[in-house]
Design a protein around this ligand. Structure first.
Ligand code: IVH
Length: 699
């Protein structure tokens, strides 16, 4: 035999060491350092090396066994039928599907003119494989795959997954005495995002031992192997069944065991197990290709991650003829899609200002193809997250883009950190304390995660948001001033601040996209009529942080005039019922900025007006305090909103339906069922004049 080049021996050794390392991180610690695609590449390099130089093969090579060890703390379960894995076809083009069909036909000894092979095609869910054991139809045990021979008993945790039936649904044909169901536990993308959002909140509020999860697969694996089932129960997991394990001989001559894989899926579904409904039976290579392409088109819209599809020879007798090859059945293959995680270099960290002033650190990346598109920016969420991941400029990072979720940096590949990397990320230092767009001071309130620009209406980044809010139905109510229009007005520089809205003319508006003369005239009329407003709507419309509709009403009632609100000290603001230190601080901070006071002046100068009063300072009479009224029908002069405002200003509440707790029903013309209900329950009914009397304190 020709002696093998020593550098090849060395390379094989090195690959084994690296693969073992990453396999341990992936399978046992649920904390991978490299993307799956990179792991696959290393694994394939080793496989190729070993097949070209069989003398390099060692019995303990990671290519010779299924990886993963039993963790301490869970009971070991020996699988009655080993849990195998499937061969992965990483050629993401159509050729991957054609190769599989060709191999199957060759191994079955089929000739060119033999009919096409039928395949059951499914999604390849990205989670972890689980074996569910049902005895007499009752779930008695759930186990992870482990090393394929022996897994871990995780019954308690699996029982928390609502979709998994604790008892099988009875069928006309019954079910086997012992039935093992194989399937995938995974986490939906929205559940994953919500979980990480919650984790970020916990970390920010001081729970430093908490962590965010790298991806849904990881979060699912962590939850299933969580020793505390109470924690596992709070992790939102999902499950799909895709096959059988051990099944006790069943039915006369075992005839009830389905003869095809597709019929097995149907049986599982009939027994009440969740089966994803994208699976299809197709014929031949063309059928496989069509399925692969169809699912690729759907991939981003699926509520969960998949990394490919799985093709299985449908006929069980053909499966038996094809048999197994050490690790994998010859009758199945996983056909991949482009990876949703990739490695790339982080060039710089920028800070972006969102529409609400939120400051988000964003990684500027060496462009990389991930999840089907080229990504050059990825979010780091917030300062805390960036620091915890210890992301530095110059680092190699793992980027993830799945579905329509914004690409994010999931972790740093520390092994690849260059000698000269940037310092730990510090948002305030980076920005010298000022908004990168408008240079207003930035601030972070106690207990909050995000830093924000305090520029508000003045900050260009927040302009569109501010305009839409101001024009909203519950603020100045400018009908027709929607998203698309604001977008154009701001982008074309026609409107920069709120007062500019009142300088618009028909000609300027009509020139915009999708605006005819008619809609321009209509919009102008809406802008004109918005000038007649109320103090509460005006305050709400300014978009002061933490000042919602209710607070705006409280402020209007309490102070009675915008000047008094603008001048109010924090102490004076705190006297308003329901206003606490955070809100008071926010209002004071808003009006401390000269540009905000100028905007108020300019809006007044443009003709925006409301009636002002003395304010109630908390001790003025509130004749409807504690009373609930219901409005129905059309009142003589007041609109619904106006009536509501008057009632609330007098301390009352407006409810949507009549009950025994209703104090008055205010009925106008064409009052409907609410009036009937009031009569039925004996609730007093008044008209608009009656309402005015109540507001004046006569009852
Ligand atoms: S069948 C003998 N079907 O992929 C075939 N597996 O590498 C056993 N997986 O461990 C597996 N979706 O965790 C099968 N529709 C599907 C699957 C699927 C995801 C996972 C499973 C398995 C791994 C195989």
């Amino acid at each position: 035999m020709v002696p093998t080049d020593s550098s090849l021996i060395e390379r094989a050794r090195e690959l084994r060491r690296i693969i073992e390392h990453h396999a341990r991180r992936y399978y046992e610690w649920d904390a991978p350092e490299i993307p799956d695609a990179e792991y696959d590449r290393l694994f394939q390099e080793l496989q190729q090396l070993e097949s070209q130089h069989p003398e390099l093969l060692t019995p303990d090579s990671p290519t010779q066994r299924v990886l993963g060890q039993v963790l301490q703390g869970f009971a070991a379960v020996t699988h009655a039928v080993p849990m195998l894995s499937i061969r992965t076809e990483t050629d993401t083009s159509d050729a991957g599907a054609r190769d599989f069909d060709a191999r199957v036909r060759r191994e079955l000894g089929l000739a060119l003119d033999d009919p096409p092979v039928r395949y059951s095609c499914e999604l390849k869910f990205d989670g972890l494989a689980i074996n569910l054991r049902y005895e007499q139809g009752v779930l008695v045990q759930a186990a992870t795959r482990g090393d394929g021979e022996t897994g871990e008993e995780v019954t308690q945790n699996i029982r928390t997954i609502r979709q998994i039936p604790l008892k099988l649904r009875d069928q006309p044909g019954g079910y086997p005495d012992v039935l093992e169901v194989r399937g995938e536990v995974f986490m939906r993308r929205d559940d994953f995002e919500a979980l990480n959002e919650r984790q970020r909140g916990l970390i920010a509020s001081g729970h430093r031992h908490e962590k965010t999860f790298v991806n849904p697969r990881n979060a699912a694996a962590g939850a299933v192997r969580q020793l505390d089932p109470a924690i596992a129960a709070r992790r939102p997991l999902s499950f799909f069944a895709y096959g059988l394990g051990w099944v006790k001989a069943w039915g006369p001559d075992n005839t009830r065991v389905p003869r095809t894989h597709s019929a097995t899926l149907q049986a599982l579904s009939d027994w009440g197990l969740p089966v994803d409904d994208h699976h299809r039976v197709v014929e031949g290579a063309e059928g496989l290709v069509a399925f692969h392409q169809a699912i690729q088109g759907l991939r981003d819209d699926l509520p969960f991650d998949i990394d490919g599809v799985v093709y299985k020879v449908d006929d069980r007798s053909l499966q038996e003829r094809l048999g197994f090859l050490t690790r994998e059945p010859r009758w199945a293959v996983a056909h991949k899609y482009p990876a949703q995680e990739q490695m790339t270099v982080l060039r710089a960290i920028d800070v972006q200002v969102g529409r609400t002033g939120k400051l988000t650190p964003v990684a500027k990346l060496e462009p990389v193809f991930v999840g089907g598109t080229t990504v050059s920016n990825a979010t780091l969420h917030n300062e805390e997250e960036a620091r915890r991941k210890d992301v530095r400029e110059g680092d190699t990072v793992i980027v993830r883009r799945a579905g329509d979720v914004i690409p994010e940096v999931v972790s740093v590949v520390l092994e690849r950190r260059p000698e000269h990397v940037g310092p730990p990320f510090d948002l305030v230092a980076r920005l010298s304390g000022r908004c990168p767009v408008c240079a207003s001071p930035i601030a972070r309130e106690e207990g909050e995660i995000d830093w924000r620009c305090t520029g508000g209406l003045y900050c260009p980044a927040q302009r569109k948001h501010a305009l839409l809010h101001f024009a909203g139905r519950r603020a100045l109510d400018i009908e027709g001033l929607g998203d698309k229009l604001v977008e154009q007005l701001v982008d074309q520089g026609i409107v920069t601040t709120l007062p500019d809205l009142y300088k618009l003319g028909v000609a300027k508006l009509a020139a915009l996209e999708r605006m005819g003369d008619k809609s321009a005239v209509k919009l102008m009329a809406a802008i004109e009529s918005s000038k007649q407003t109320t103090l509460a709507r005006f305050i709400f419309g300014l978009g002061i942080r933490h000042v919602g509709e209710a607070t705006a009403k409280d402020l209007a009632r309490h102070f009675g005039s915008i000047d008094r609100i603008m001048e109010a000290s924090s102490e004076a603001l705190l006297e308003v019922a329901d206003i606490g230190p955070i809100v008071a601080h926010s209002i004071r901070g808003f009006f401390d900025q000269a540009h905000h006071r100028e905007i108020v002046e300019q809006l007044r100068a443009a003709g925006v007006q409301w009636s002002e009063g003395q304010g109630v300072h908390g001790d003025a009479p509130r004749p409807l305090l504690g009373q609930t009224l219901v409005l129905t029908g059309t009142l003589a002069t007041l609109s619904r909103d106006e009536a509501r405002e008057l009632i609330e200003a007098a301390g009352g509440k407006v409810a949507g339906s009549v009950s025994r707790k209703t104090h008055y029903v205010v009925a106008g013309d064409e009052a409907g069922s609410k009036l009937d209900k009031a009569r039925e329950l004996g609730v007093p009914v008044v008209d608009e004049n009656g309402l005015r009397a109540l507001l004046a304190g006569a009852s």
